[in-house]
Design a protein around this ligand. Sequence first.
Ligand SMILES: [Zn+2]
Length: 344
Amino acid sequence: MTERESPERTAPIWASDPEGRVFRRLPVTTMLNGAELTLPLHVLTGRTPGPTLGIVTNQHGDEFLPTMVIRQWLAALDTTKLAGRIAVVSVANPLATAACQRLTPEPHGRTDLHEAFPGNARGNTTQMMAAVITAQLLDHLDFHCDFHAGGTGGRLQGRVDYHGKAPPALRDRCLAMARAFGQPFVHENDLTGTSAHYVTMTRGIPSCNPEVGGTFLGPDSTATYIAQSLDGLTRLAVHLGLVDAPLPSMSTLAQIHFGLAGRRELRPRNSGYLESCFERPADIGKLITRGTLLGKVIDLYSYEVLEEIVAPCDGYLFFSRYSGTVSAGTQAFALAEQAKSQRG
Ligand SMILES: [Zn+2]
C-alpha cells in the first residue's frame, strides 16, 4: 500500500488529551456473545511538547511478556518529565489473547493480525482490528515500536528487527532505534508486506520490532527478560527525546548485527519431544561451532531418537527454545552465521 492509497486521515481520538494518563476502549464490532469488541488504548501525554511514540503489544495472543513489561514501564513514568506522548495498544488482538493462541479464532480469511495491516473495516474481524489500530494509532506517530515475544512454544531470545529495505535515510533511523533498544542482537530483516511495521514504513515513520523473551519460561528467565525489556524501553525513550535520563552505558553491551544472508533457522523434520541443549537466557549470544548438538527429537511412542539437530555453521545463537513437544517444521533454533555477522 502506498501513501496515496491510504484512506483519508482524521485526527485521532487522543489528539487533544491533556497532560497525564487516559485509558480508552476503541470500538471495533459486536460479537456473537453480545459483547462489544474493543481495543484498549493507553495514552500518556507529557508536560512539554515532543514526539509521539506508538507501541503495540499482544498482536499474537500468546505473547504476554511485552504487555506486562509495558504496564510496569508506564507505571514508573512521570508525565511531568515526559516530552511528547506515548500511545499504547496493550492488547491488539483480544480474541486471540482470550484463547491464548497466536491467531484469531475465526473461520475465514487471514487470522494472523501481524499479517493483516493496514486492515479493512469491511474485512474479517482480524482486518477490522488492524483497521482500527491503523486509523487511531499508526497514522499519527513519529516513531513506532512493534513489540513481540516468543509465544507458548518456549522461545528464548533478545533481538530487535528493522526493515533493511526502507529508503536509506529512514533505514538509518530504524537501525538507530533498533540499536538503542540494547538487545544482544540487531537483525536487518525484510519486513515488506502486511505488518504494522511495514505500514509505518510506507508513511515514513521510523519503526523497530523487538522480539524479547517468551511465555511460561519460569521465574528466573522471565525476570531476566523483563529487566532486559525495561532497560531497552528506557534506552529507546531517551534516544527518541521523550525522557531525559542518564542513559545506561551501551559500552557493556556487545551487540551482534546480522542480515538475512546470515540467518540460519533450524527446524526439526520430525514431530516429537525436543530435548534442547540450550535452555537458558545466558545461552543466547553464544558462539556455537559447526557440528555442535543443539537438540534431539525423540519419538514419544517408540522412544527412538528421530533426529539430532546440529549447527550447520559457526554462528551466534540468536534464538533457542526449551525442551518440549514440537511439530515438524517448528522454528527450534537459529544462528547468525559468524562469517556474515558483525560484532559492535
Ligand atoms: Zn508476535
